[in-house]
Design a protein around this ligand. Sequence first.
Ligand code: KMH
Ligand code: ZN
Length: 308
Amino acid sequence: MKDKIIVTAALTGAIHTPTMSPHLPITPQEIVDEAQRAFDAGAAVVHVHARDPETGMPSADSKLFGEILSGIKERCNVVICTTTGGGFGMTVEQRVAVVKTYSPELASLNAGSLNFALFPVLEKIKEFKFDWEPQYLQMSEDFIFPNTFKTLREFSEFFRQEGTRPEFEIYDAGMLSNLAYLIERGHVQPPVYLQFVLGILGGMQATVNNLVFLYNSARELLGDDFVWSVCAAGRHQFRMCNLALLMGGNARVGLEDNLYLEKGTMAKSSGEQVEKIVRIAREHGLEPATPEEARGILELKGIDKVGF
Ligand code: KMH
Ligand code: ZN
């Protein structure tokens, strides 16, 4: 078994809203500071979204992405994985623009469509800081996060043109079949990097059986030509990451997926969650990969070839 693991920190995302945690980074500066903390704690990769600095609403603004990407690059050599999931209501063109404009080393590529549902959290929150927040959460009841075969084919082509490696977000087993189809048709070249995303309502639940099933399905469909990682929503985050480490996978933590460090204690930073998973990994005899080691494992083009 390998003894290096890639720890990814997903810094802010598009699921949580500002009311849910005072620690969610919003402005480019806050996101850059969080990237530094995650890197210092042992993250080799940071996954980034942009938010409107005034309202905290997920944003596709190219200028904001530019500030975040160059700000992180100035501070450390961590691998940057940009989102192409974006936020609810963005067009697919808006979502992929960051890849075309900034040519990152790595970016998410969501491997299928789902009713990405956040609305149940509305029952728990009485007052919101911003009007957009309850509307955004409510609309998810009727929102299909669109990643059709056409989108998957086109995104794969844009990624190929830029030399950006896709991190395939897998929320459900059928998405592995989608990916196998893309590989068979030559739209995607192995080895592939998979991120199993568990515990999102609309996708697969975060259970031991589901992770084992997804891993075995990936082996059946893709052979052993893949690298994989896990992230899971809320309280499932550390359990699923821990399990992934034992299974030979990698782990993603961060405030995009979970706002807590442990039951009843909010994480003040994604860096705290990185520290925790690194501590757990070391108990298993695993060491966090450096960004350079992660570049080797994921076969990335290198920080000197990005467009920011
Ligand atoms: N914005 C969510 C709907 C990604 O970054 O690619 C999905 C998401 C995944 O955040
Ligand atoms: Zn994301």
